[in-house]
Design a protein around this ligand. Structure first.
Ligand code: BTN
Length: 337
């Protein structure tokens, strides 16, 4: 749990003081006394926060006033939107650069970090997608991973990502994004991918010991930052809404939804079954002609339904039904997506 003791905590404490000061100036003396830091150390922290986009007005003998806060996924900003009863998001570990939030969260899980911590980053240099793909993660996106301990039985592991897509879908819709869910757990807008989910877990016999739910949302940047071929199938919230969203609020909302959904799963009263109708009402996949690649095999057909366990029912060109547990859904070239 080394991260808790780095600059993160001091910065969070400083930001908390400013955010709760109702735009009043906070004196250097106040900061240094309450935080147990020298005035020079306080000044250095302020300079670092400025390098992250915060703006302060400094007046001699009066102190500092926070005049602008960027919409980074930092703990003090995110926690203003996390419900008191949430079991997730009590700790949010932000960093300007990480290789991959999933990688950090997995290392923290191995070190014994508690259920519910959320790891975030302004940008990722080695973001991981499914099937070992690279996940392009520039500044402006929402790159985060949630650690959940003993969330469910191994037999329900697939529910973790299916349910996460429902949580993200709810939060994006409430921001005015016309989001749809692509089986098993991508979020699309006008047929283009805006969010991907990668769960990595450690199992112990029949239970999931812990899972790291990694969520990447192409939020406040333009798709022009993507390589040209990627723009064919990926988009961003900024491009589709024509305006940015306030990322700490969106993350707070996702955390609250996830907390409720995962708590029910953990207590044995939840699972995909309980959100199936909502999932179906917002599915992009159903009724479409698709191809599913499973290993080296590709099955062509129409996606007919999703059952209580989140299994996709595909009717192939000869009328035979296939139950697809996992795999890769590719839309056929003939299909307009
Ligand atoms: C996919 O291929 O659709 C899954 C993409 C998952 C990307 C997110 S970004 C935050 C977290 N950290 C990673 O390295 N990957 C996930």
């Amino acid at each position: 749990m080394t991260e808790r003791h780095d600059g993160n905590q001091i910065q969070n404490d400083i930001l908390d003081m400013f955010l709760h000061s109702e735009s009043e100036a906070v004196s250097g003396e106040q900061l240094s006394q309450q935080l147990g830091l020298s005035r020079t150390a306080v000044w250095k922290q302020i300079k670092q926060l400025e390098s992250y986009g915060f703006q302060f007005e400094a007046s001699p003998r009066i102190g500092y006033r926070l005049t602008f806060a960027p919409d980074e996924l930092m703990e003090p900003l995110v926690k203003m939107h996390v419900a008191n009863e949430s079991t997730l998001g009590h700790t949010v570990l932000w960093a300007p650069d990480r290789e991959s939030t999933n990688q950090t969260a997995t290392a923290l899980a191995r070190d014994g970090s508690p259920h519910g911590i959320v790891v975030t980053a302004r940008q990722q240099s080695g973001g991981k997608g499914r099937q070992g793909r690279i996940w392009t993660s520039p500044s402006g996106g929402m790159w985060f991973s949630v650690l959940v301990r003993e969330p469910c039985a191994l037999s329900q592991a697939a529910d973790l990502t299916l349910l996460a897509s429902v949580a993200v879908h709810r939060a994006l819709v409430s921001e005015g994004v016309q989001a749809q869910i692509k089986w098993p757990n991508d979020i699309l807008v006008h047929g283009k991918k805006v969010c991907g989910i990668l769960a990595q877990m450690r199992t112990d016999g029949e239970t999931v010991e812990y899972a790291v739910i990694g969520i990447g949302i192409n939020a406040n940047f333009s798709a022009e930052l993507f390589p040209p071929e990627m723009r064919e199938y990926a988009t961003t919230i900024l491009d589709t809404l024509g305006r940015p969203v306030f990322r700490p609020r969106v993350l707070g909302h996702i955390i609250n939804e996830l907390s409720t959904i995962y708590r029910a799963l953990e207590q044995g009263v939840g699972g995909f079954r309980t959100v199936r109708e909502e999932w179906k009402a917002n599915a992009h996949t159903l009724g479409r002609k698709i191809q599913v690649r499973m290993g080296n095999t590709v099955i062509h057909g129409v996606a007919e339904d999703v059952d209580d366990n989140g299994v996709l029912i595909l009717c192939d060109d000869s009328g035979e039904k296939h139950h697809i547990h996992s795999g890769e859904v590719l839309f056929s070239a003939a299909e307009q997506v």
